[in-house]
Ligand binder design. Structure first.
Ligand code: FE
Ligand code: ZN
Ligand code: FE
Ligand code: FE
Length: 168
């Protein structure tokens, strides 16, 4: 179906991020398992719980605004997940893989931050007030996850990486 209105565009983009979140609920357990650093493992597991909630939050938006989602697969998230899979299968577990996992996870969070930021602006334009609040809750969680990953990289994983380099 062609996209001819801002309503159509909102549905298209909401359907896209819905697919992205659902793909993540399947991919994040693998990432948590592949991580060695305990803080990283915990951050990914915690964000998995949030992600499951984010899926439900989108379903709530659909219900409250009386919308119908399209069946579509987010190709961007499929690509980002496939790159993370590549890292997991080609790098031995340890600080090096942890750094690669953080890089991949931050790419995912930045994608989501962009998507939700734009969806909020579209929802405001369309007067979808309930959606604005719900999307904003999720945006806050995505920003929190991104900054948590930053903290873990700075405080722990980069240090593990220094030690690993020094021991080579
Ligand atoms: Fe998310
Ligand atoms: Zn997408
Ligand atoms: Fe996309
Ligand atoms: Fe996220």
């Amino acid at each position: 179906m062609p996209i001819k209105s801002f309503e159509d565009l909102f549905i298209e983009e909401l359907s896209d991020i819905y697919s992205a979140e659902k793909q993540l609920t399947k991919a994040l357990p693998k990432v948590a398992k592949a991580a060695s650093n305990e803080d990283l493992k915990k951050a990914v597991s915690d964000h998995l719980e949030e992600t499951e909630n984010q899926v439900k939050r989108i379903e709530k938006i659909v219900k409250e605004e009386n919308l119908t989602l399209k069946r579509k697969k987010c190709a961007a998230m499929e690509g980002l997940i496939s790159e993370a899979d590549e890292a997991i299968s080609s790098i031995e577990q340890g600080p090096l893989l942890d750094v690669a996992l953080i890089m991949g996870a931050q790419k995912v969070e930045h994608y989501e931050i962009s998507a939700y930021g734009s969806l909020i602006e579209l929802a405001k334009l369309l007067g979808y007030d309930a959606a604005v609040d719900l999307l904003d809750e999720t945006l806050g969680e995505e920003k929190g996850a991104d900054s948590k990953l930053n903290d873990i990289a700075v405080s722990g994983v980069n240090e593990d990486a220094q030690e690993m380099r020094a021991s080579l």
